[in-house]
Design a protein. Sequence first.
Length: 281
Amino acid sequence: MKKYTKISITTNPFDPETLSGFLWELSPEGIEENDYSLTLYFKENSIDPLPQVISLLKQKQEEGLFLDFRTESDTFEDKNWNEEWEKSVGVIKVSDKIVICPSFKHYSPSHEEIIITIDPKMSFGTGEHQTTRLVIRLLEKHTPKNGFVLDAGTGTGVLAIASILLGATSAIGFDNDEWCLLNAQENVETNKLTEKIEIRLCEISSIPEDNFDLILANIQKNILLPIAHELKKRLRPSGKLILSGLLTTDFDAIIEKYSSIGFHLIERMDMDEWIALVLKL
């Protein structure tokens, strides 16, 4: 049974948006926001994440972001994750059209609403985080009708699922985490889309298809920069790319890199300190 490390963080003053913004740099499996703390989840391995968390917090404390902080660390087996999420995850109205609802909650949609059923477990992509909401809102405008979509770093599979429900014909979602593979496959099955969505356990370099109409990559700047060419190679001429997992401070570096290989920006959407970009060849 896999084990995970849970690190709870409180600061004075407590600014969850700023905290989560820089804590995502440590690549946790997920961040849960509570009333007075943030909880980070890491897969347990030979490297203890707590010293890295404390080091980054000390750095930000020295920069004056907060006066003091406190951390608590614990480990648990992945079988407890469902219970954790069932206590905290609710129905999320991403937009006027899209609602994300876990299977253990009841929601009666209006005539116009599209329901996506997601049980997040340990995967990123619950609809709570700003970047997931940004991408889904952009998908409402940019999903190619009858198109072919690639979801890079699929997590729960929510973006691949959303693209199909918004009009795409087929999608491939991939992730390099086995847990995400299983979680995304379960969510695809729950939404009855197994004939339209394929989930793969691999890296972008192992995707042989090169004819996607739209590629989604809600990851992080430090990953989006080195895989820029890999994403471009898999996109049709005049295809679109939606990038997120980005802070406002990442904008210049991302635009410089992607414009240098032929992309141009057609839309930017902001939410708090997070951004999502639509690029086109």
